[in-house]
Design a protein around this ligand. Structure first.
Ligand code: BG6
Ligand code: MG
Length: 219
């Protein structure tokens, strides 16, 4: 049986994907690089550094290290200006119910996010206490699709990767979970997350029965 649940943050628990999109789009356009939803999809779950590298590659641009660092700082500043206006209202539908159910039933729960802003966001929306452990972008050296972030979560929770269920909205994250032989649950449009073991539009579709199905699933 599965024993532990690992949640991605951006796009799974909170709707911050739209803020990342806005900030990257403004940055790309300031460099005359076009940036649409399609490019954005490929940046989901991808670390800040790797995201900027990808954008520059798409635009065929090379810049100095100094400029690179100042662009990353600028992007984060804009992103945080949106984040700082967040509240409980920004928790995606159905998430709180699921977290409450897991807590009441003593399941182990961890956060596995690429973001260096994860703790700040959880604080903003008041969800800190639902997580037994938090692994975020400050604690990993290899970004998704490498499974390091989820493996660290399993280590901290004291469970084998095969006993963990991962909720993810990104292609990179689903790949990471699959590589580690965890059960992967895609949240969002199924056509973007074809490699996931299960797909749901969002947590509103997930009830106690669904959770039991995930727990009993053998990969
Ligand atoms: C992921 C997001 O969760 O975190 C990415 O999906 C983001 O879009 C990455 O680039 C890093 O986040 P941050 O907050 O450290 O820039
Ligand atoms: Mg995400």
């Amino acid at each position: 049986f599965k024993k532990a649940f690992i949640f991605d943050l951006d796009g799974v628990i909170v709707d911050t994907a739209k803020f990342h999109f806005l900030a990257w789009k403004n940055l790309a356009e300031s460099l005359n690089i076009s940036f649409s939803e399609e490019e954005n999809e490929q940046l989901k779950g991808v670390s800040r550094i790797n995201s900027l590298e990808k954008i520059l590659k798409w635009g065929n641009k090379t810049i100095s290290e100094e400029k690179f660092n100042s662009l990353m700082a600028k992007k984060n500043e804009e992103y945080l200006s949106y984040v700082d206006n967040m509240s409980k209202e920004d928790i995606l539908p159905g998430v709180l119910n699921t977290l409450e159910y897991l807590k009441e039933n003593n399941y182990q729960v961890a956060l596995g996010s690429a973001s260096k802003n994860a703790r700040r966001i959880l604080n903003k929306v008041g969800l800190n206490s639902y997580f037994d452990h938090i692994v975020d972008g400050n604690e990993v050296s290899k970004a998704k699709p490498d499974p390091e972030v989820f493996l660290k979560g399993c280590d901290l929770l004291g469970v084998e990767p095969k006993d963990a269920i991962v909720f993810e909205d990104s292609q990179a994250g689903i790949k990471a979970a699959n590589t580690a032989e965890m059960t992967s649950v895609g949240i969002g449009e199924e056509s973007n997350l074809k490699e996931a073991d299960f797909n749901f539009e969002g947590f509103s579709e997930i009830n106690q029965e669904t959770i039991q199905t995930l727990i009993n699933f053998k990969k």
